[in-house]
Write a protein that binds this ligand. Structure first.
Ligand code: KIV
Ligand code: ZN
Length: 506
């Protein structure tokens, strides 16, 4: 245990203080269950004195989540501590977390009290909390801007009063790693009874150093890290749980202690918190951003395909992601391009591959990201030139508010013209049914999407379909037209023609 870092998650308390990130009780409970799966050691569920909602949320989490310590925050005031206890007492392992500011700036402008008064209040608060539960944490708010002698004295005093954890917050994210590590070392050196408590840190991210400061503190010997999912928190947020945990895991050569976090739950937790708080995860965010395991540059893709560790210091699986992504764009190289085509089932000879690569580069100049469907269309239509056995000659729809839609479809097949009528659950369904009867290749529509690719009322619509065939194959088709019913028919036929080609080619 001594060699393990305790992860104190404060997503539901400090994280929820992020402007714009408030959560209701049910959402907090859902996140708390996920944090339990992630195997955090402590969940700080809220600040019960803040509101009735916060009180109920702490109470609910305390009742429902077992096997984990549940903490409730309280100012160093009897009524706050009483309220925190009333909410958290239902937990199997309750903790009261009480705090008061210790910096001169807070004493002068905020609290308007002397150091002696603060000392007395802090000790009394810890003793009061201790009368409820043996597990009491004390935080010296704004510790990094506090007078070092006073900080040393108050830390020693609260330990004597019974604080089992003492937290040193960098409340305004002011410190830098060497300085913060030095402060922690100084406390270990100067506080005589420091071995009677667990030293913790809580680093805000105002200078983007929350994680770096937390790691410096770990190197200096702290045993608890306070952090949040996706780095949520007051202002610029807190040290992010996923970054601290993955840094310890990835650089185990430098950090002896590890955590008990089940890292495979990281991605899921991050998405859940993002969805419920409405706080988007930026694409290039560390560990959990969409780009964190995506490679676009040709040189990187080439190296990655030869040996993943050339460009990945951790695996996507380790955070619960299925795989890395090779994004095809204008920086991509031939190696990645061929690899993606192979994965899509194409085995082109050198000449065709060259042609496809040239066309791909032309497209990549116009389009930021090339999706699988784009590649398939490009290869089918411009490289393999898949014969279009069936083409649309004419389409007529009858449809209205209280009418069953009817479609009449005329197709050209080699030299013949075929015609069929069908009704359906909508005009598109009616068209697809008529096409099924004409081609005799019934397909199950697995996916259908429509988007406009130009602007204005006369915009061109692009329809993409994926259909499943009797032999379990899935084929993709794309069609464009200013009339989306016609675009749908073209997309469907495109897929059918592809199915025929594949079947004939074996
Ligand atoms: O940032 C801070 O100082 C806090 C304390 C309440 C721990 O959030
Ligand atoms: Zn904080």
């Amino acid at each position: 245990m001594k060699n393990r870092i305790i992860i104190f998650d404060t997503t539901l308390r400090d994280g929820e203080q992020s402007p714009g990130a408030s959560l209701n009780i049910a959402e907090k409970l859902q996140i708390a269950h996920q944090l339990a799966k992630l195997k955090v050691d402590i969940i700080e569920a809220g600040y019960p004195m803040a509101s009735e909602g916060d009180f109920q949320a702490v109470k609910t989490v305390a009742k429902e989540i077992s096997g984990i310590t549940i903490a409730a925050l309280a100012r160093a005031m009897p009524k706050d501590i009483d309220m925190a206890w009333e909410a958290v007492k239902y937990a199997k392992r309750p903790r009261i977390h009480t705090f008061i500011a210790t910096s001169d700036i807070h004493l002068k402008y905020n609290l308007k009290r002397t150091k002696a008064e603060i000392m007395k209040t802090a000790v009394a608060a810890v003793k009061h909390a201790k009368s409820y539960t043996p597990d009491v944490e004390f935080s010296a708010e704004d510790a990094t801007r506090s007078d070092r002698d006073f900080l040393t004295e108050i830390v020693a005093a609260v330990i004597d009063a019974g604080a089992t954890t003492v937290n040193i917050p960098d409340t305004v994210g002011y410190s830098i790693p060497a300085e913060f590590g030095g402060l922690i070392e100084e406390l270990y050196r100067r506080v005589g009874n420091i071995d009677k408590t667990i030293l913790s840190v809580h680093c805000h991210n105002d200078l983007g150093l929350g994680v770096a400061n937390s790691l410096a503190a770990i190197s200096a010997g702290v045993r608890q890290i306070e952090c949040t999912i996706n780095g949520l928190g007051e202002r610029a947020g807190n040290a992010s749980l996923e970054e601290v945990v993955m840094a310890l895991k990835t650089r185990h050569d430098l950090f002896a202690p590890n955590t008990q976090i089940n890292t495979r739950e990281i991605y899921k937790t991050s998405r859940m918190v993002s969805n419920l708080t409405g706080m988007m995860v930026q694409r290039n965010r560390v560990i959990v951003g969409e780009n964190a395991f995506a490679h676009e540059a040709g040189i990187h893709q080439d190296g990655f395909l030869k040996e993943k560790t050339t460009y990945e210091i951790m695996t996507p699986e380790s955070i619960g992601l299925a795989q890395s992504q090779l994004v095809l764009g204008k920086h991509s190289g031939r190696h990645a391009f061929r690899d993606r085509l192979n994965n899509l089932g194409y085995n082109l000879n050198e000449e065709k591959l060259n042609k496809a690569f040239i066309l791909f580069n032309e497209l990549a100049d116009k389009k930021k990201e090339i999706f699988d469907e784009d590649l398939m269309t490009l290869v089918d239509d411009e490289v393999l030139i898949i014969p279009q056995r069936f083409t649309l000659k004419h389409l007529h729809i009858e449809s209205g508010s209280n009418e069953v839609p009817q479609a009449t479809v005329e197709l050209r097949c080699l030299d013949e013209v075929l015609k069929e009528n069908a009704s359906g659950d909508g005009p598109v369904d009616a068209v697809f049914k008529a096409i099924d009867q004409l081609t005799q290749i019934p397909g199950k529509l697995l996916d259908y999407s429509v988007r406009s690719i130009t602007r204005g009322k006369d915009a061109i619509g692009e329809v993409r379909v994926k259909i499943g065939l009797d032999d379990k194959r899935e084929v993709f088709g794309k069609g464009v037209s200013t009339d989306i019913i016609e675009a749908s028919a073209k997309a469907y036929l495109h897929a059918i023609n592809r199915a025929i080609y594949e079947r004939e080619k074996g």
